[in-house]
Design a protein around this ligand. Sequence first.
Ligand code: TRP
Ligand code: SF4
Length: 400
Amino acid sequence: MYPDRVVSGMRPTGAMHLGHYHGALKSWITMQSEQPCLFFVADWHALTTHYDDPSIIVKSSWDMIVDWLAAGIDPSQATIFIQSRVPEHAELHLLLSMATPLGWLERVPTYKDQIENLANRDLSTYGFLGYPLLQAADVLIYRASEVPVGEDQVPHIEMMREIARRFNHLYGKEKGFEEKALDAVKKLGSKRAKLYMELRTGYQQDGHDEALEQARAMLNDAGSLSNIDRERLFGYLEGSRKLILVEPQVKLSTSSRLPGLDGRKMSKSYANAIGLREDPETVTKKIRTMPTDPARVRRTDPGDPRKCPVWQLHEVYTSEAVKDWVVKGCTSAGIGCIECKQPVIDEVLAEQQPMHERAQQYLDDPSLVRAIVADGCDVARKLAQETMRDVREAMGLDYT
Ligand code: TRP
Ligand code: SF4
């Protein structure tokens, strides 16, 4: 119905680093030329954890958008917008909240994790608990078919699918269909009919995929059913028809993970990051001073690339030939570490060069960025309003 639409968001963390580029932006850039894409700044999401310090959100959002554009997100292909500028997200979040069991939110793994990890913040708030539901609204409001996210976000997308399914189950009924389906259920015989209804509830309400499989197998085995009744029961199993909200699929990012300068995950808070548009001198210096295999105290000591963070960068950036040269040279002490780092420096600088160029026009004239985002918000708002009309109508809130 809404083929291939992609939606993804990022919290406004300010200037991006190369970890963001390799982890997410690169795959966004590939997708934007293949399918309709909506990319947004999740500024309300920032408030769910940093509600006490909102002063940096606006600047962080603009900085992040400039970096998206610098990286190659193309506003003539993708829609770029800011979540809070499309308040329909909040309306859908509210309406979805009515029928969302608390347990679904409490069970999301990031909920307990984050409360523990961010122990210095008080996250026992309503907003923080509802964070994955807000995320569900962000995606469902565009009837997206795919959501590119990292591994850590997969449970959120799974919950989002359950939310959509439940919504359609509660509000998507169509006249006539239901009676015919229920007649067909009776034809199963009382024992099977009971099981069918239980499995249907198990799938629709509680999201048990095995229940769906079991019910389908049972229908295939039920020889007494006519084909048309069987089709009805397959349909009834999953909904009843009108698909008001669409269940999106996860699109796991296939891009390589880029480690930081110390070998740990690249992150601003570890101070091991290379900024997306950091100047070439600083980048060169940062890589030159990276730690290497500690066994190579002297130039004549052989090393092991597997113990060296520089090698991890080679894995992302350099050719097979260069990597062979590194392995041989390192393990035989044939090359020095500074020598070994040079091809990485060259590749990183080459990657960043077009980013500096693309960013220049936006730095010279920030009103260009404002205009791109204003257009993107208009496009997004129109799509969101269409969905909200259907949602309100389905929920009996149509006063026109
Ligand atoms: N929760 C995501 C993160 O922290 C950001 C986000 C908000 C998002 N809404 C979204 C991602 C919708 C994908 C789709 O990274
Ligand atoms: Fe690391 Fe290269 Fe030095 Fe080996 S030669 S320790 S891979 S920087």
